[in-house]
Design a protein around this ligand. Structure first.
Ligand code: AMP
Length: 180
């Protein structure tokens, strides 16, 4: 059972920890690990992140290394969908496809197993934080390249001031918490 959404969002806002100047000076890092310590809060967060997509016929949840895994895995179970990890280069053992992307702090690349998503799949992309949208956009491109459809994105946190949503235009974007 999900308790009142605004109550949960208030509790999340109190629980998520700001860590200043991590991993670089000037970045305020949203540390979601305290949420994982609170069993009831974690469970309700997963349910609310899955909620908008219950009727979206999602067949795969693609989650982004590494904090995306923490929420992607239970959301996949919640939606009855297969779980696909998207990882930093060199971490996935089998044949992958790769994409380069720009991050809020630096640049990086992402890889996904070639056979993890197929044409005809409907994919929900999950991560903890939407910042500039570079990572999420790269994940959508990887998924799109397989011929699958992106049903949308589910984030725990959206940093509205970084305008990541603009890079995901035309897509369904859901986030529980917004920081203006
Ligand atoms: P971006 O590509 O700029 O949208 O960055 C999103 C990715 O970087 C996500 O995987 C987040 O986990 C991480 N990230 C970016 N900014 C922050 C932040 N302020 N706090 C925590 N994680 C962040």
């Amino acid at each position: 059972m999900i308790s009142d959404k605004s109550t949960l969002v208030d509790e999340l806002r109190r629980t998520i920890r700001d860590v200043n100047n991590f991993p670089k000076p000037g970045i305020v890092f949203k540390d979601v690990t305290p949420v994982l310590l609170d069993v009831k809060l974690f469970a309700q967060t997963v349910q609310l992140m899955a909620e908008p997509y219950r009727d979206a016929r999602v067949t795969r949840v693609v989650s982004i290394e590494s904090r995306g895994f923490l929420f992607g895995a239970p959301i996949a179970l919640e939606l009855g969908a297969g779980l696909v990890p998207i990882r930093k280069p060199g971490k996935l053992p089998a044949a992958t496809q790769r994409i380069e992307y720009a991050l809020e702090y630096g640049t990086d690349a992402l890889e996904m197993h070639y056979d993890a998503v197929q044409p005809g799949d409907r994919v929900l992309i999950v991560d903890d934080v939407l910042a500039t949208g570079g990572t999420a956009n790269a994940a959508a491109q990887l998924v799109g390249g397989t011929g699958a459809a992106v049903a949308g994105f589910s984030f725990l946190i959206e940093l509205d001031f970084l305008k990541g949503r603009q890079r995901l235009q035309g897509r369904r974007v859901e986030a529980l918490l917004h920081y203006a």
